[in-house]
Write a protein that binds this ligand. Structure first.
Ligand code: 5GP
Length: 198
């Protein structure tokens, strides 16, 4: 069976990355799509693992060759999901997680109606603010900007199939695993089970 394409979005500071790490720890059939971006690498970034780092010209050439499943601008930088590797993994039966922001997520919902979309929130907006402050690397203006972005992201969350809460990473991962399991039980994927002859 072809794997599930899982769109996974949520505001900065909510801990999406940690939840995705936990999902991958639980199953090696769950893979993370590696995006292309024009943003500068951070110390923790590894080319080809966290992102493919591109110049603006390279990124635009990829758009020209129609290589992206979706692409969007976030905080002044461009981000895009290369379609080829995603489809190869799905064909191999892997579930592929797209950890992407909301504008790109809306494009994937449109282009891939079978994709399952999950928006991750903090237990409350006050808790999200607390987590962002706790990061320490955010100045007052930066914090305000992230909170404004989070509000616009929350406004689009009702368009997702599911909303999960990252109160504890393990519990949040349990919810996402349950969503993946339920998706595989959809009647449309199980019609073979209803046949009388095999
Ligand atoms: P960061 O630069 O902090 O790694 O990511 C910034 C935002 O861009 C995050 O919300 C992340 O999920 C999102 N993002 C990462 N890759 C992609 C992508 O390929 N497409 C879109 N639309 N967003 C992405």
């Amino acid at each position: 069976m072809r794997g599930t394409l899982l769109i996974f979005s949520g505001p900065s500071g909510v801990g999406k990355g940690t939840v995705v790490k936990e999902l991958r720890r639980r199953s090696d059939r769950i893979r993370l799509s590696v995006s292309a971006t024009t943003r500068k690498p951070r110390p923790e970034d590894v080319e080809g693992v966290t992102y493919y780092f591109k110049t603006m010209e390279e990124f635009e050439a990829m758009i020209g060759r129609d290589e992206f499943l979706e692409h969007a601008v976030y905080s002044g930088n461009r981000y895009g999901t290369p379609a080829g590797p995603v489809d190869e993994l799905l064909d191999a039966g892997c579930d592929v997680v797209l950890e992407i922001e909301v504008q790109g997520a809306l494009q994937v919902m449109e282009r891939r109606p079978d994709a399952v979309s999950v928006f991750v929130t903090a237990p409350s907006f006050a808790e999200l603010e607390r987590r962002l402050r706790g990061r320490g690397d955010t100045t007052g203006a930066d914090l305000e900007r992230r909170l404004r972005t989070a509000r616009t992201e929350y406004a689009l969350a009702p368009k997702y199939d599911y909303i999960v809460v990252n109160d504890r990473v393990e519990r949040c991962a349990d919810e996402v695993m349950a969503i993946l399991t339920a998706d595989k039980c959809r009647a449309k994927y199980r019609l073979d089970l209803l046949k009388e002859d095999d």
